[in-house]
Design a protein around this ligand. Sequence first.
Ligand code: S3P
Length: 165
Amino acid sequence: MKTIYLTGFMGSGKTSVGRELARLLETFVYDTDVLIEEQENCTILELFVEKGEEYFRELEGKILKSLPTQNGVVTTGGGIVINKSNRQWMKDNGTWVYLHCDPSVISKRLESDESRPLLAGEKKNNLRKLFEIRLPIYMEAPIIVDTTSLSIEQAAKEIFTRINQ
Ligand code: S3P
């Protein structure tokens, strides 16, 4: 089985759905943000403050491309799709899935979250703007699953079905 790359906006459930999907597939799950935090020994927020977004993006791409392209589920940070070479990598080496979620649902989920540097400040406005910019990029994914009204288990099952079609 080719590795499945789960992409989507912050708060769209990639990490939880990815864990459940890996359980269904009886395979390994890797999370690019967790790997970056382990490697850098700090939180993503600290990394953005101390070294900046460009540094983070470089690491993110390197980690993506270092992970196995067979028999895995990779859950990614919401911005991994910004970089064209990351999109190409996911298309060429695995199954690229976009987990869509309505921005109003995401907004509610992230209301009290302070861990996402790109939403700091005017959170609702920043989220809407970023969502609009990113949506057409996410939509390039060959598999799109709308998770807005799905539970974690339902979303994982839906991906499981779609990748086996
Ligand atoms: C980001 C999403 C975050 C994290 C970083 C940047 C983004 O991951 O990688 O804060 O640019 O959308 P989640 O999507 O897991 O929140």
